[in-house]
Design a protein around this ligand. Structure first.
Ligand SMILES: Nc1ncnc2c1ncn2[C@@H]1O[C@H](COP(=O)(O)OP(=O)(O)OP(=O)(O)O)[C@@H](O)[C@H]1O
Length: 324
């Protein structure tokens, strides 16, 4: 199993991110990412909703073409009856997840601790800790379950982890440059050299209000919880994605950081790409407006609707979920 998780993007000019599944040792990075070796440059600091409330929802409610001005968005992701166990113990965690995400939609998944939200996200990107035991996942018409994590990412899946990992010995800019060029190479485009790449990403820093110094720091090493989250969204902004899966990007963020991160996520949304975000809090949904909110319980999506579900949960807790 490769240690890198590549993620791709919606436009040909965008690159492919690579995200780690676990904390790497420098040895494993060099082994899995030979392109990193020649990247030893450093940069100067002086440079420049529709309503639905049904239990056991099978898929997202649809919006009519009229409501969208005649444009009919394509299905980006279709998950049917997805079941998965923990690879080691064979303990079942996902027990028949159904979900449909179309282009341009923002989906939020909420649910009690331990209900399977992060597992669902990780299974979508092919995390090796889990084994799929049933169901299907079709992304942009392709069977994702047949793909290794790198292929899923190249197909356009990006995941921001709940606890972003450190990559000792690899600077943020090297990491991003490598990921960006991997995608360009795959698309038959010329790779960007360090200077050109710097020109490309410099303006993206503003999106998440990140200081330029962060580019030269090793990926997530010594970053505070909030800085890690910001950095994840920076990666997304630089690298792009057709479907960005964001696992609790709001956790540990102060109010200004939350606003910055939400602004960046809103900034990358187009009618062609989508976001699937896992959150416990209504406050994130006030910044990033969801098309649908889903409730996960015991490894399944048991309710789907609009933001009012999140408001109800905030007010009255999960006892209001019928399957709880
Ligand atoms: N690799 C693993 N090894 C052992 N148990 C696991 C593993 N992954 C998930 N689990 C268990 O599966 C259940 C679901 O975990 P998951 O992280 O998906 O929940 P969650 O809904 O994201 O929770 P939270 O809201 O607390 O983040 C939990 O009981 C968790 O302990």
């Amino acid at each position: 199993m490769a240690l890198l998780h590549y993620c791709s993007c919606s436009t040909p000019s965008s690159p492919t991110p690579l995200l780690p599944f676990k904390k790497w040792t420098p040895k494993s990075i060099i082994f899995t990412v030979p392109a990193l070796r020649p990247l030893r440059h450093r940069f100067s600091k002086n440079r420049p909703s529709p309503r639905l409330s049904a239990t056991l929802a099978v898929e997202s409610p649809t919006t009519s073409d009229d409501e969208r001005g005649g444009y009919s968005p394509k299905i980006l992701l279709e998950v049917k009856g997805l079941s998965a166990v923990i690879s080691e113990s064979k303990q079942p965690i996902l027990k028949g997840v159904n979900l449909v995400i179309k282009e341009g939609e923002v989906h939020a998944i909420m649910g009690k601790n331990g209900s399977g939200k992060s597992t669902f996200a990780k299974v979508l990107v092919g995390h090796p800790d889990y084994e799929v035991t049933g169901g299907s996942v079709v992304f942009k018409g392709e069977n994702v379950l047949d793909m290794v994590p790198e292929e899923r990412a190249l197909a356009g899946l990006f995941m921001s982890f709940q606890s972003p990992v450190e990559i000792p010995g690899v600077s943020n800019i090297d990491f991003l440059n490598m990921a960006y060029n991997a995608r360009r190479k795959r698309l038959g485009q010329p790779e960007l050299g360090p200077i050109e790449f710097y020109g490309y990403i410099y303006h993206k820093l503003d999106l998440v209000n990140m200081k330029v110094d962060f580019l030269n720091r090793n990926v997530n090493e010594g970053f505070s919880g909030g800085e890690r989250k910001r950095n994840e969204i920076f990666q997304l902004a630089v690298l792009g994605a057709d479907l960005a899966i964001l696992d609790e990007i709001d956790s540990g963020l102060d109010v200004d950081a939350l606003r910055d991160v939400a602004k960046a996520v809103n900034g990358i949304l187009t009618p062609k790409n989508s976001v699937l975000m896992i959150t416990h809090y209504l406050r994130l949904l006030e910044f990033i407006k969801p098309t649908y909110v889903h409730i996960m319980e015991n490894g399944r999506i048991v309710e789907t609707g609009d933001e009012s579900i999140a408001k109800r949960i905030e007010r009255a807790g999960y006892k209001t979920i019928s399957a709880a």
